[in-house]
Write a protein that binds this ligand. Sequence first.
Ligand code: ADP
Ligand code: MG
Length: 260
Amino acid sequence: MAAVGTDVEIMLKDIGMTYKSNTNTDVVALTNVTMNIYKGEFISLLGPSGCGKTTLLRIIADLLTPSVGEITVGGETPREARLKRKYGIVFQGAVLYEWRTVKKNVMLPLEIMHLPKKDCEERAEKMLELVGLKDFAKHYPRQLSGGMQQRVGIARALAIQPEILLMDEPFSALDEFTRERLHEDLLRIWRKTNKTIVFVTHNIQESVFLSDRVCVLSPHPGRLSALIDIDLPRPRTVQVKNTPEFTGYVAQIRSSFEGI
Ligand code: ADP
Ligand code: MG
């Protein structure tokens, strides 16, 4: 069963975003996005390139202020949520510091919070264990594969113990095999930590495999075109991809893009 709860974590109401330009070509990136994201759910924002996924994620993260509309996070503004360190963010590239070891990369946000060194170390070690990189703490990023670097990115995002994990196409640069392993691991981490996860992707299969709900966005201008409950049993393993239920969801979502 999809584990969508009833406590609203993020409320979006009539959100619109227009990028102003100094020429005459303003870009309407999002229009009329109204939806709730529930506490503890795994929701994907799915759509083709340019449909406003990153824009929406950045609005939630308080990295961008919407042109119109209302957004609350746990009843507060995104800014308040950010200041309370409610967000962990994982981008497409892991963006690690090459001169810091893996462990020191994970410790960085904790150092910025001025946590005592011992606490930083302990928490970083715990996070590395969670993402399966316990034995690589002293390695440098260049010594890791792309998949392992993304694991470090996840460990670093989780280190500050955020309530909400925002992920922007975190696995899109990885090969299929690595990606599938990370999918299973991400679900395990999600189950263990009870985070709310907002996951941006342009990959239909990925969104169906991971999510409780898939939010389908369509472009020009970006808008919400469907919200689909993914009622596949959990815990999920790659085998679920061979079931008619899974392929049914993929087909349903694919058809919702037809004519776009
Ligand atoms: P996605 O992540 O789904 O690919 P984005 O949110 O990045 O989409 O972009 C949505 C639209 O907004 C696109 O047309 C893009 O070109 C435009 N856009 C994104 N960021 C900016 C910006 N900083 N300035 C102007 N236009 C932008
Ligand atoms: Mg994007």
